[in-house]
Design a binder for this molecule. Structure first.
Ligand SMILES: [Cu+2]
Length: 116
């Protein structure tokens, strides 16, 4: 019984971390536009906070194409290799919250985005 409780505790802790510990995330709410770089098959920053009303600049420095996909929302943007995409406000499209950020082409390319 004790072992079961310990396992459950670890699992809950992992979920809490995955859903975003804001202190470890990069706060871009004061930067306009907020800049996210896709480099070496990773989002940089991989954990970020932006205002929903804020413009975003997505910079892909890799030769490979990536997507900026906010899971569970309509935001699913293709960013071709070595291109920059400017994004207007996400307000109205995505309610405030904490979301998984993924690239549809590279399963290991993940992050967390908090919209305030
Ligand atoms: Cu990718």
């Amino acid at each position: 019984m004790l072992r079961f409780l310990l396992v459950a505790g670890v699992a809950l802790g992992a979920v809490a971390c995955a859903r975003g510990a804001p202190a470890e995330c990069t706060d871009l709410t004061g930067t306009t536009p907020a800049r996210v770089t896709m480099s070496d098959m990773a989002f940089d920053p991989a954990c970020l906070s932006v205002r929903a009303s804020q413009a975003l600049t997505l910079v892909n420095v890799d030769a490979a194409d990536h997507t900026f996909t906010i899971r569970g929302t309509s935001v699913d943007l293709d960013v071709e290799g070595e291109r920059t995409v400017e994004v207007g406000s996400l307000a109205g499209e995505v309610p405030p919250g904490v979301y998984d950020l993924v690239c549809r082409y590279h399963p290991g390319m993940t992050g967390t985005i908090t919209l305030t």
